[in-house]
Design a protein around this ligand. Structure first.
Ligand code: PEP
Ligand code: MN
Length: 351
């Protein structure tokens, strides 16, 4: 249930309203806008109906939320969610700027991580990605370096100032990964691992939630709801391609999912063109399509020597190709009414 409050509701009235909701055994979620404040109310539907919310002082009207996702639904917030990683960092996820995350598929060692981090930063990336725990189709393939990789990521963050995005694969590792990561990644294969979703929901770290290989848009939003229901509302959705009958690409990038999600939810929507295309040559075109369709950010795999990468070399960009992509992305961002960070190499947008 959404409660639209009267404009000019006093803090006391708002406090009474929230207290009333909580006394009825329900949860209140306040979203303040410049014009209006709305209060989302979640819990047992009968208890909501019996709480007599529309008659309370300061309430203008109430509206049921018909969608199965509540906290994640567009109606539950007056404006799009913006996420800041920390007070010292100027990056705003879900704002005007298209935020780009670059880095290797997996952390393979100190040297390659340093080299990649400096290169992506110079090209304008705002965050560094790198897997310490890798979800691999084969149990015999490289599984990631584990905690030593997290330590390397922290070391490189200290050196470059780039916040870290890294995957948590197992609920038992969440606490440890959250000590190092600025953003916890939930991989496509784990989109419906509800124990893992709840566990990251109990942290206050922003979560990059990838769409499952066969996950519908509604299922993706329900997975975001699992995280948010635990109290963590900093969720970034990520379209990374779905499995279809097409075999020419690793996955099929569902471009339409971007505007659909932007209409359904207030959460930021990112796109991973690397895992969608599966080949380096497809990454830039898919990234441009994502920007044109309204993506709030991109996550891109970059490796200093893709041919020697221990995972996802085929789709990893060399640093020079990543820098070229960023230049092109600046033009598309401009056309879409957005900005992109230029890094050390200035992108001049000429129209
Ligand atoms: C990754 O980001 O390296 C990864 C494993 O992605 P996904 O979960 O989307 O396959
Ligand atoms: Mn990968």
């Amino acid at each position: 249930m959404i409660i639209v409050t009267r404009s000019g509701i006093s803090d006391d009235q708002l406090g009474d309203l929230v207290a009333h909701i909580e006394r009825a055994g329900l949860r209140a979620h306040v979203s303040r806008g410049e014009q209006r404040t709305i209060v989302g109310c979640i819990g047992d539907e009968r208890a909501i109906a019996e709480a007599g919310l529309s008659a309370l002082p300061g309430v203008e009207r109430t509206m049921p939320v018909m969608k199965p996702y509540k906290l994640a639904s567009r109606e539950f917030a007056v404006s799009h969610t913006q996420i800041r990683l920390d007070d010292a960092d100027e990056t705003v996820i879900g704002g005007q700027e298209i935020v780009v995350i670059g880095g290797p598929c997996s952390v393979e060692g100190r040297e390659m991580l340093h080299e990649t981090a400096h290169a992506v930063k110079a090209a304008g990336a705002r965050m560094l990605r790198g897997g310490a725990f890798k979800p691999r189709s084969s149990p015999y393939a490289f599984q990631g370096l584990g905690e030593p990789a997290l330590k390397l990521l922290a070391e490189v963050r200290a050196e470059t100032g780039l916040p870290i995005v890294t995957e948590a694969l197992d609920p038992r590792h969440v606490e440890m990964v959250a000590q190092y990561a600025d953003v916890l990644q939930i991989g496509a294969r784990n989109m419906q691992n509800y124990a893992l979703l709840s566990e990251v929901g109990r942290t206050q770290r922003p979560v990059l939630l990838k769409r499952g290989l066969s996950g519908t848009i509604t299922e993706l939003l329900m997975s975001a709801e699992y995280i948010m229901a635990q109290g963590n509302s900093n969720v970034i959705l990520c379209e990374r391609g779905i499995r279809t009958y097409e075999t020419a690409t690793r996955n099929t990038l569902d471009i339409a999912a971007i505007p659909v999600l932007k209409g359904e939810t207030h959460l930021p929507v990112f796109v991973d063109p690397s895992h969608a295309g599966g080949r380096a040559s497809l990454v830039a075109p898919l990234a441009m399509a994502a920007i044109a369709a309204g993506a709030d950010g991109l996550i891109i795999e970059v490796h200093p020597s893709p041919a020697n990468a221990r995972s996802d070399g085929d789709q990893s960009l060399e640093p020079s190709a990543f820098a070229a992509l960023m230049k092109q992305a600046a033009l598309f961002a401009h056309a879409a009414g957005r900005t992109i960070h230029a890094g050390a190499t200035r992108h001049t947008v000429q129209v």
